[in-house]
Design a protein around this ligand. Structure first.
Ligand code: NAD
Length: 360
């Protein structure tokens, strides 16, 4: 079987880390008997350099015709890069927002896992770190406060601003269904996070989530207020499996959940639509400060490729082979500089890719 994968290497460390992800994908393909045809797609700063805009219609069409898209990262250093003297809609980040919209990627998945070999990097109390955690934050990505009507005006002589938090039942239902489906493949628990003691949009969120739960009797559903969730994440993260929430709450909680791992450069992410299609990318950015030096950690990109195998291509065993190889590399003391600690062996980007391939 051959799969068609779009590859948006992007800017900064993007090309270096996607190169390693492709190396690992090819190795796992050889082991499990599938092939991958890559189509390179320009987006972000590198597209501005060639086409004057961060995302062309051709790039959107190319992405749409793939089984999935693997991305590195986009953007540069805003203080020095000429890309940032352009109007906001022509800057690199506008390309990613445009692609998410064009592909209707409404479900953002950000795993937050504490690797036993990296426990020392966890900023939480040792009893919480010792229990470990493996959380999947599922954030609604195309609705809510960030997409509602907004305006700034004057009222009674005072500058005043309004943002609107709006969801309809369909928007809530489709992401709730994704959360329950994915929880079924994990520990069968969904924590739906809202502010139902105050917000109407949250009360609808809660009601629709409960309706969806009726179809998933094997998955436990609990509701949690967002302020409590922010506390519980630092107090007892082991209690969570899938955390389902709206756009802004998810924006904040997913960064908190990433930070408690102590190694944000290790974390992958996925953005999915209603089909099996998804866009897979590291949670971090293009790290212009270290680009081109061969020292970036490629693990987030490699784990993004594993998520792609699991969620878009239904290749669970191949995904697990990558995840296990990453665990092994860490247990064997191999580290890039960002996760380096005393007594470990420091390697560069490409050597880390090779070491993971050796353990597939
Ligand atoms: P960043 O994540 O790129 O970098 C923050 C710090 O983490 C830097 O010190 C960097 O060296 C380090 N880092 C990040 N990834 C690393 C890796 N794989 N290995 C080792 N170290 C790593 O965040 P930033 O500096 O705020 O943003 C830089 C650029 O990235 C900006 O243009 C921003 O807009 C863009 N960005 C893009 C995405 C995306 O493509 N989805 C996401 C976030 C930021």
């Amino acid at each position: 079987m051959n799969y068609k994968i779009g590859c948006i290497a992007g800017d900064g460390i993007g090309p270096e880390i996607t190169n390693e992800a492709r190396k690992v994908l090819d190795a796992v393909g050889a082991k499990f008997g599938f092939g991958i045809e890559y189509t390179d797609i320009l987006m972000g700063g590198c597209s501005i350099d060639v086409h004057g805009i961060p995302l062309t219609d051709e790039a959107i069409e190319a992405a749409k015709s793939q089984d999935a898209v693997l991305m590195g990262s986009i953007g540069g250093d805003a203080k020095v890069s000429p890309w940032y003297s352009l109007p906001p809609e022509k800057r690199p980040e506008a390309g990613l927002l445009g692609l998410r919209k064009a592909l209707n990627l409404f479900a953002n998945l950000r795993p937050s896992k504490l690797y036993s070999a990296l426990k020392g990097a966890c900023p939480l109390r040792s009893d919480a770190a010792d229990r470990g955690f493996d959380i999947l934050i599922m954030r609604e990505l195309t609705g809510g406060l960030y997409f509602g009507e907004r305006k700034t005006f004057e009222e009674g002589g005072l500058r005043t601003a309004i943002d609107t938090l709006k969801y309809n039942e369909e928007e809530i239902k489709r992401i709730a269904v994704k959360a329950f489906e994915i929880a079924r493949k994990r520990k069968c628990k969904v924590t739906s996070v809202d502010k139902a003691n105050v917000l109407d949009s949250s009360r609808l969120w809660r009601a629709v989530t409960e309706e969806v739960a009726l179809g998933y009797k094997d998955v436990a559903l609990e509701h949690m207020l967002v302020d409590n969730c922010a506390m519980q994440l630092v107090k007892d993260p082991a209690q969570f499996d899938v955390v389902l929430t709206e756009n802004m709450f998810g924006d904040i909680l997913s960064d908190e959940a990433a930070e408690i791992t102590g190694s944000i450069g290790m974390l992958p992410s996925a953005s999915l639509n209603e089909t099996k299609f998804g866009l897979y990318e590291p949670s971090g950015g293009s790290a212009p400060d270290i680009a081109g030096r061969g020292i970036a950690n490629p693990i987030a990109a490699i784990l993004s490729a594993a998520m792609m195998l699991r969620f878009s291509l239904d290749l669970k065993d191949a995904a697990e082979a990558i995840e296990n190889a990453v665990e092994k590399v860490l247990l064997d003391g191999i580290r890039t500089i960002d996760i380096m600690s005393e007594g470990m062996t420091e390697v560069g980007t490409s050597q880390m890719g090779d070491e993971i391939v050796r353990r597939i």
